[in-house]
Design a protein around this ligand. Structure first.
Ligand SMILES: Cc1ncc(COP(=O)(O)O)c(C=O)c1O
Ligand SMILES: N[C@@H](CCCC[NH3+])C(=O)O
Length: 464
């Protein structure tokens, strides 16, 4: 994630946004690489896989998450094919529902879940348990028991307490569980602090440098019923450069070699996690899965060669890079407002019918997004605008800076691309706003895969 607060808007002579944001030649045009493969505009109207934004809004209401199913499947296959010698786990935390779990299964990927709730969705979708990896830094006894009973493929262990918990469950059940050890490699990933997970001072994993990782391996290998299949490292999310993966892979493989040498244990697998960045705005330049595969595979091969060890089977866990670009959020504009700024400049606020309850990422990580008018062509010039929601927070921003037509007004539809990952999954009912539906569009057909919450849903938990 990149923060661009420094480039804040100012200046009288034309509204100037952050340095990376350029005035578009035609404010009606889509910046294609920010959209799913079947999204297009015809006469100003946004369409996806044969369905138009106004038709979708009319039939399903707004706000609405619209997922291009073919795009999701295509990206899943692209990772599977690019990493053909590896196991690809879709990270369900990015977005999970029964339909999505089925798409993942059908495209031949594995699934990463990190709570009993995500596991329940996977099971409802009849996802093969052996293809599920179970994550989490504080899995409960009940969650672990269920995972073992249904036979998940691997459990990624994150604490000494968990090792004890697991050891007693497998002993009691008389079974063997495959486990991996989540390690922290001490890498400072180039991303937002909140989604960086490999520096030492944070809650995930066992430190390699501090010796806890080796100790965890020792305890697992001396426990009965726990079968160690490898080490796991995830350095963070929304990462664009492979240098962080490279440093992490080298450190993890050194530990892998040490385990082989010192303990005589050869671990068959190595999981380098997910975190591959996507384009939210024109400032982002993501890597293609083939490039990632080539570079990461080479790093692992070279390091194993240097360490004179066999090459373990690689696993990766992309979430955002599969689901993020597949989805846009469709909103209806409710109000607009011109706000005077210092120096005589002004900012156009465009308020939509959702906000931080369906996309918390701008508020939480200063994430940038883009937006486009989705229901008509406009002849008006583009002016720098801020898209905000309807919540009682001034930080309720969906798109910090975007050029939108000056005549945008109530009733217009606005679409925000790249909202597939960590928007529905982080959605809330703040201000008692019902969470939007998710509609999957494929070959001219739209179907609800997660229904919209109702007022009854909002009241369902109140005990009166
Ligand atoms: C262990 C693990 N694997 C995979 C992911 C997926 O990350 P991303 O959606 O950035 O690919 C995450 C989230 O950061 C994670 O914590
Ligand atoms: N929720 C974060 C990503 C965290 C990934 C989970 N480890 C985001 O929206 O970017």
């Amino acid at each position: 994630m990149r923060s661009h607060e420094a480039g804040a808007l100012h200046g009288q002579a034309g509204h100037r946004g952050p340095a990376w944001l350029h005035h578009p030649d035609d404010v009606n045009q889509l910046v294609e690489h920010l959209w799913s493969r079947n999204a297009a505009k015809a006469d100003g109207v946004l369409t996806v896989a044969g369905e138009s934004a106004p038709e979708l809004a009319e039939e399903f209401g707004t706000p609405l998450y619209v997922v291009d199913e073919d795009d999701f499947r295509h990206r899943a296959r692209a990772f599977r094919d690019a990493f053909s010698g590896a196991d690809v786990f879709y990270a369900g935390k990015a977005f999970l529902c029964v339909a999505a779990a089925r798409w993942v299964a059908e495209e031949g990927l594995n699934l990463d879940v990190c709570t009993g709730g995500e596991l329940a969705v996977a099971l409802k979708a009849e996802f093969p348990p052996a293809r599920i990896a179970f994550h989490g830094n504080n899995k409960s006894e009940a969650e672990l028991r269920r995972a073992i009973e249904i036979g998940v493929g691997r459990i990624i262990v994150d604490s000494f307490d968990e090792i004890d918990r697991l050891a007693s469950i497998v002993t009691e059940l008389g079974v063997t569980a495959k486990v991996m050890v989540r390690v922290t490699a001490g890498v400072e990933a180039h991303t937002h602090e909140y989604i960086s997970t490999s520096h030492e001072d944070q809650k995930f994993g066992f430190s390699i440098a501090g010796g806890q990782a080796l100790e965890a391996v020792r305890r697992i290998t001396s426990a009965t019923g726990l079968q160690l299949c490898g080490l796991h490292s995830h350095i963070g999310s929304q990462i664009f450069v492979t240098d962080g993966f490279e440093v992490a892979a080298r450190r993890v493989l050194r530990l892998h070699a040490e385990v082989e040498r010192e303990l005589g244990v050869t671990m068959p697998d190595l999981d380098l996690g997910g975190g591959f960045g996507i384009a939210y705005t024109t400032q982002d330049d993501p890597r293609a899965p083939e490039d990632l595969a080539r570079e990461i595979t080479k790093i692992v091969d070279d390091e194993c060669h240097a360490l004179e060890i066999g090459v373990p089977k690689l696993s990766i866990e992309p979430g955002r890079a599969i689901v993020g670009p597949s989805t846009f959020t469709l909103y209806t504009v409710g109000t607009t407002k011109e706000v005077a700024l210092d120096g005589g400049a002004s900012r156009r606020y465009v308020a939509v019918d959702g906000g931080m309850s369906d996309n918390i990422r701008a508020a939480l990580y200063s994430a940038d997004y883009s937006a486009t008018l989705a229901s008509r062509t406009s002849e008006a010039p583009g002016i720098l605008s801020r898209v905000v929601g309807k919540h009682c927070e001034s930080g309720d921003v969906v798109v910090k800076d975007e050029y939108l037509p000056a005549d945008l007004g109530p009733g217009d539809l606005l679409a925000v691309p790249g909202t597939g990952a960590y928007c529905r999954s982080l959605a809330s009912n703040y201000n008692h706003v019902p969470r939007p539906a998710v509609v999957a569009v494929r070959a001219g057909e739209a179907r609800v895969v997660v229904r919209r919450e109702t007022e009854d849903d909002l009241l369902a938990l109140d005990v009166v």
